[in-house]
Design a protein around this ligand. Structure first.
Ligand SMILES: Cc1cc2nc3c(=O)[nH]c(=O)nc-3n(C[C@H](O)[C@H](O)[C@H](O)COP(=O)(O)O)c2cc1C
Length: 325
């Protein structure tokens, strides 16, 4: 009779079914089925080697920042990658509620909780919501939205504040200002990112969908949103398809985004060049169309094709009661 698997093979932190390694820096490959303690293969990977490897994926070998402080939560953040291929399995019981608890634990401007989330799991509603994200310009949609078990629509939501103030008879002037729109949008984003971190900690995969604003008016109608609210962005969540693993997308050198005491445009622009070869390697190895970062930025900055309907957002917001003064 086969011996029980060694505890270290089944504890969280071992690499059974996980992409990670043991937290002691020892990678354990447990050969389930044989189940002999002696049968596991120990591959020694030092923690520093593992961290270096992760940082190189994030920044490219030449641009790895020095001196990072490390722990499991930081590692989880640095391991993020958007997932666009999902198994059809439903979300594990409790995972949506866990994501929302994480989202509600995020800071919220003035404690106003000016966001909501609509979790779409009904296949028919999901198909309609997915159809609203299809690119008119390029004629492509995100098929993975229908594939995944849940499409979360994050709502910048001034409707509750508006209702409460209306009931109180205080007037609602503040809601009319651009800053209120921004506050609700920031609240939604801050909450959503906490939900992403929670989902990934549960082994789920996630991708944001800004294309949920392509037809913002229709999306609001589909979800029966009240006035003074709109879908700021969507988020697909589900179990990543292991047959289509996703690579970590590298970021520019820290000096492109990090300034000390005052902003230096020169320093920022000087670091663009260092990003290009790193991004090129990533695009090549992930089978994506190879373009420079400059080309990508210039396209998204200049082409109305990129906007894909989102140029109508101001009109939609006005019609939904946002004055944006
Ligand atoms: C607000 C926001 C909107 C996004 N919208 C889309 C989208 O509509 N479709 C998509 O495939 N990815 C979308 N993404 C994912 C980005 O493309 C992705 O985060 C970026 O390329 C970096 O890759 P990574 O998340 O794997 O690190 C969005 C991300 C953010 C933050």
């Amino acid at each position: 009779m086969a011996a029980a698997l060694p505890r270290s093979c089944v504890e969280p932190g071992s690499d059974v079914g996980l992409p990670g390694f043991g937290s002691d820096g020892v990678r354990l490959r447990c050969q389930a089925g044989i189940g002999q303690y002696e049968s596991r293969e120990r591959v020694f990977v030092s923690q520093s080697e593992e961290r270096q490897n992760l940082l190189e994926q994030r920044y490219g070998q030449a641009n790895v920042p020095a001196g990072l402080i490390w722990n499991e939560r930081i590692q989880g953040l640095l391991e993020h990658r958007s997932v666009r291929a999902f198994l059809p399995d439903p979300l594990p019981a409790g995972s949506l509620e866990t994501m929302v608890a994480a989202a509600q634990s995020a800071s919220t401007s003035s404690g106003l909780n000016q966001w909501s989330v609509v979790a779409v799991t009904d296949p028919q509603v999901k198909a309609k919501a997915a159809a609203l994200t299809v690119s008119e310009t390029f004629g492509i949609g995100s098929t993975f939205i229908e594939q995944a078990p849940a499409f979360l629509l994050w709502v910048a939501d001034l409707s509750r504040s508006h209702s409460i103030a209306t009931e109180a008879g205080t007037g609602t002037e503040v809601v009319d200002y651009l800053d209120s729109f921004l506050m609700a949008s920031i609240d939604a984003a801050v909450a959503a990112q906490n939900a992403v971190v929670a989902a990934e900690a549960l082994g789920l995969g996630v991708v944001y969908i800004g294309a949920a604003r392509n037809k913002a008016d229709e999306m609001a109608q589909l979800l029966e949103l009240p006035p003074h609210s709109f879908v700021a962005f969507g988020m697909v969540v589900g179990s990543p398809d292991p047959a289509q693993p996703t690579q970590i997308r590298p970021r520019p050198p820290q000096a492109l985004v990090l300034h000390h005491d005052r902003y230096s445009a020169q320093q920022s622009m000087d670091n663009v060049e260092a990003y290009e070869p790193v991004l090129r390697d990533f695009l090549e190895s992930s089978g994506s169309t190879v373009r420079t970062w400059r080309e990508m930025v210039a396209f998204s900055t200049s082409s109305m094709d990129y906007m894909d309907g989102r140029q109508n957002l101001r009109e939609t917001l006005h019609s939904r009661g946002f004055q944006l003064r």
